[in-house]
Write a protein that binds this ligand. Structure first.
Ligand code: HEM
Ligand SMILES: *[C@@H]1O[C@H](CO)[C@@H](O)[C@H](O)[C@H]1NC(C)=O
Ligand SMILES: *[C@@H]1O[C@H](CO)[C@@H](O)[C@H](O)[C@H]1NC(C)=O
Length: 350
């Protein structure tokens, strides 16, 4: 019942979402008292259980939960603002941002909120769920502690998200500057970009890479194989803007052969795994985004790429640390609350 589509984002429909959730949250909030005393452990166990079940049921939600941490914490800090569909200030919330295309996992956040009620903020749920998704998808190799106690913000704007989030067509200097503004180093840019070993991207996010006149030097065979597959996906997904898998490892043997992929050092059976395969692919010119490719153009970043390609453990360790740092970005703003529904500020919660 809590499942809603992004079609419900705008206008009066979002009101209905809040009403629906009100009914769903009330009974669970009553037994949430136990979590208040049980403390962090029962909260963490509950989040883990819901995330595990959700990924089993719908594997695509795993990468979405990892990305959600980045997209929440980068904009106003980790404050749950990415979850809002309506605030007293705006109905064009972060979800409507161009840079938030494909964002997903909101149903999982709702399901966790329904179980834990007032014991935990929506901002905490986002970072906990993202941490658990990272652990599950990396088969236990990415692990880090997450403190709770975040509060939920009441401000969310599409324009702010589009101004603050990096874009896949960015040059290296723009990416570096974007990360520096949040206190992240160039090294951390390279480390966190390894998250593109999982999940999918819409054609509109990598279209420039298929065009002869705008393409950064993507491998020719990969580009040809990708263009052909995009044609097929337009038909099978029945949309002019279909998705492709970020990781050529996950594309199947026929595609890999057509694309001239050298899988040496990559565990091709680990389909869907969060690991260092991104670095193998990038150094072979077989990644989707220009923003991934441009890291090859800087000497230091390029040597980091090689280091993470050659040392899987180092990437697991450094990625865990960078995700932990990301999860600690402090909420900006002056008004906070523990939301009743993660989709609406409490003032809009009828
Ligand atoms: C460095 C700058 C970054 C840029 C320019 C960027 C850009 C993008 C774009 C364009 C997509 C595809 C969206 C779509 O078309 O549906 C995407 C997907 C994704 N990104 Fe990034 N990203 C960046 C950094 C990160 C970071 C730091 C993380 C780590 C938390 C991350 C995790 C993901 C994941 C997991 C997906 C797949 C999501 C899914 O399948 O639902 N990205 N990114
Ligand atoms: C390729 O890019 C050029 C320059 O931006 C544009 O004029 C052209 O329409 C693009 N071609 C395709 C097939 O998208
Ligand atoms: C790989 O990285 C780990 C963690 O940083 C380090 O302990 C190990 O010595 C590295 N292995 C090699 C072969 O460099």
């Amino acid at each position: 019942m809590v499942k809603t589509t992004t079609a419900a984002v705008a206008g009066v429909l979002s009101l209905c979402v809040c009403v629906l959730l009100a009914a769903g949250v009330q009974p669970a909030a009553a037994d949430a008292g136990g979590y208040g005393y049980g403390g962090k452990k029962s909260i963490e166990a509950t989040v883990r259980e819901v995330v595990e079940k959700a990924i089993k049921r719908r594997p695509a939600v795993g990468p979405a939960l990892v990305r959600l941490v980045f997209h929440d914490c980068w904009v106003n800090g980790c404050d749950g603002s990415v979850l809002l569909e309506k605030t007293p200030y705006s109905s064009s919330t972060e979800k409507a941002a161009v840079n938030n295309i494909g964002l997903d996992g909101f149903d999982v956040i709702d399901a966790i909120k329904a179980k834990l009620g007032a014991a935990v903020s929506c901002a905490d749920i986002v970072v906990l769920a993202g941490r658990d998704a990272s652990a599950i998808l990396s088969r236990g190799r990415v692990t880090y502690d997450v403190a709770t106690g975040r509060k939920d913000g009441v401000v969310s704007s599409a324009a702010a998200a589009d101004a603050v989030l990096p874009e896949p067509t960015f040059e290296f200097a723009q990416l570096k500057d974007n990360f520096a503004r949040k206190g992240f180093t160039q090294g951390e840019l390279v480390i966190l970009s390894g998250a593109h070993s999982i999940g999918v991207a819409h054609l509109s996010s990598f279209q420039d890479r298929l065009n002869d006149s705008t393409a950064t030097p993507i491998d020719d065979q990969y580009r040809a194989a990708l263009s052909a597959d995009v044609g097929r996906q337009k038909m099978s997904q029945n949309t002019p803007n279909p998705t492709e898998k970020n990781n050529i490892r996950d594309m199947g043997a026929a595609f890999q052969q057509a694309a001239g992929y050298d899988a040496t050092g990559v565990d091709t059976s680990a389909v869907g795994a969060l690991d260092n395969s991104y670095y193998h692919n990038n150094l072979q010119n077989r990644v989707l985004f220009k923003s991934d490719w441009v890291m090859r153009t800087d000497g230091d970043a390029a040597s980091d790429l090689a280091e993470y390609r050659d040392n899987a453990t180092k990437w697991d360790v450094d990625f865990s640390a960078a995700m932990s740092k990301l999860s600690k970005l402090p909420a900006e703003g002056t008004h906070f609350e523990i939301r009743k529904s993660c989709r609406c500020t409490n003032q809009n919660y009828y």
